[in-house]
Design a protein around this ligand. Structure first.
Ligand code: CLF
Ligand code: SF4
Length: 497
């Protein structure tokens, strides 16, 4: 159920933990409050890692080349190291000890985890016994899901992602050329029909068991884009918790069917339009980074190179003491978040009473503004403009901040100044921020400052090290006070008519 808060923003449109989660029963809140994918606020503070133990897949998607990561859960890029379950267990314990904010271990490829059940469940079983403080998470295409639901529930796996791109086998045949089912390769509509039935059955079985299900869908313009609103409605009616609509990534150099056929992905605006249209029906995930199947760290960062097999081989782990340290870190983050929520609630109360006193006057309507933020996590503006590899994009209104996506870029300060087609890294970066009116970072150099201004984007480093939401609201307020945001009131419009 969507609850309105004192500030008038709904749980699904505001980035605060309390607003997002307060309508949920306690046992669900407990499952999601520190999961970086299931809670938008958590993703600023808590990290996840993936272990690449699942090489095989039982279907073919037209957006996938298995030489690369599973596109269900990753941007294309070769998995650096395929791991045995033993190696995956060791790596997880090392990372959990070194990065105590890591709360979730996911298996997401590079193939399908449930097409490799022995390797997947061996890893989960050992970790559920040795490291009970780590949440276990799995992402699957769903074909083999029904037969594994029982096993998943045995290993205390509370979070399952199913990639569901369609409900209509005719559409499915345009996405999946074949599936491998009961020792046979089944092509076209027939194969897609079986896959869809298995996905829906798996979804129903999981929700019946109280396991949280997130549905991922890849938006493929001209193929399933008009159909995904229906998918959203149906999966919600069957109990899915969250819907994550991701843009198709198709580049010819990845060797995928769509890449070679030059199938276009959606623009940011098309993606947002679809997400907005589906939001009325269900909680939408907008902070997905389409991570690699061996990603490590906060969403959007990849610390995998710090934990390669040769580096972790000689490390000794005392996980009992690591768990104590982790608990302190988790408790501190939780206390900090609760404190911020308390402060915010008091602020909201004040604004609300204040605004009640002014209701007699017609208020000018202030438009919302897209703002980009450079951050390294923690919910703080703490990244130098030139070091950012991505910017979070927020839609900011006078009383509401909503994360709507992210823009990946090349680092401006990387020393590599061109990126092909005669475009400089800075020009490309500015192009990726198209539509934003302000970019906030901890620091910014003179040259990018000048070029951003020329492109009509206001650079702002006055809010360095401040919490993102507070800084964005403050910038919106400054813009409002300068008269930059006023739209005519209804009374004003009638007067001019
Ligand atoms: Fe990994 Fe996926 Fe679990 Fe998260 S990722 S298995 S639910 S722990 Fe998250 Fe990465 Fe998006 Fe996946 S940001 S690609 S949604
Ligand atoms: Fe590739 Fe994943 Fe599709 Fe399998 S399910 S073909 S690994 S994208």
């Amino acid at each position: 159920m969507t609850e309105m808060t004192a500030s008038g923003c709904s749980e699904s449109s505001c980035g605060s933990t309390a607003d997002q989660l307060s309508h949920l029963p306690e046992h669900i809140r407990e499952k999601v409050h520190n999961h970086p994918c299931y809670s938008e606020q958590a993703h600023h503070h808590f990290a996840r890692m993936h272990v690449a133990v699942a090489p095989a897949c039982n279907i073919q998607c037209n957006y996938c080349n298995r030489k690369y990561d599973c596109a269900n859960e990753s941007r294309p890029g070769v998995v650096s190291e395929l791991l045995t379950p033993e190696q995956a267990i060791k790596k997880t314990l090392v990372v959990a000890s070194e990065i105590p904010q890591m709360t979730v271990l996911g298996i997401a490829g590079p193939g399908d985890p449930l097409a490799n059940p022995e390797r997947t469940f061996q890893t989960f079983q050992a970790l559920s016994e040795t490291a009970p403080d780590i949440k276990l998470c799995v992402s699957t295409n769903g074909l083999a899901l029904p037969e594994h639901v029982e096993e998943l529930s045995k290993h205390n796996i509370d979070h399952v992602t199913i990639t569901i791109n369609c409900l209509d086998p005719e559409i499915g045949a345009k996405i999946y050329p074949w599936i491998f089912w009961k020792n046979r390769r089944i092509k076209g509509v027939k194969g897609a029909k079986i896959l869809i039935e298995q996905q829906q059955k798996g979804l129903e079985m999981l929700t019946e068991k109280g396991i949280l299900v997130k549905v991922n869908s890849v938006m493929i313009p001209g193929v399933n884009d008009k159909h995904l609103a229906e998918v959203s409605k149906v999966v919600k009616s069957k109990g899915a918790f969250l819907h994550n609509i991701m843009p198709l990534i198709a580049e010819a150099e990845h060797g995928t069917y769509y890449g070679i056929m030059e199938q276009l992905g959606p623009t940011q605006a098309e993606l947002k339009e679809l997400q907005d249209a589906c939001e009325g029906d269900m909680n939408m995930m907008r902070h997905c980074r389409q991570c690699r199947a061996d990603a490590v760290g906060l969403l959007g960062e990849d610390r995998g190179s710090e934990f390669t097999l040769d580096k972790i081989e000689a490390m000794e782990i005392d996980y009992s003491s690591a768990m104590e340290k982790r608990k302190v870190v988790h408790d501190n983050i939780a206390a900090e978040l609760a404190r911020k929520e308390e402060e915010k609630a008091q602020g909201v109360q004040f604004v609300s009473l204040d605004s009640l006193r002014k209701t007699a006057k017609p208020k000018p309507q202030l438009r919302s503004v897209l703002m980009a933020v450079a951050t390294q996590g923690g919910g703080i503006i703490n990244q130098h403009f030139g070091h950012a590899k991505e910017f979070l994009i927020y839609e900011v209104a006078s009383d509401n901040v909503k994360l709507i996506g992210h823009a990946k870029t090349d680092q401006y300060c990387s020393g590599n100044n061109t990126c092909g087609d005669g475009e400089t890294v800075l020009q490309k970066l500015i192009r990726s921020l198209d539509g934003c009116e302000v970019v906030l970072s901890a620091k910014i150099g003179y040259e990018p400052w000048e070029q951003l201004e020329e492109a009509g984007i206001i650079p702002n480093s006055e809010h360095a090290m401040e919490p993102i939401e507070e800084a964005l609201l403050a910038v919106h307020k400054e813009m409002a006070e300068s008269g930059a945001l006023e739209e005519k009131t209804e009374a004003g419009l009638r007067a001019t008519a």
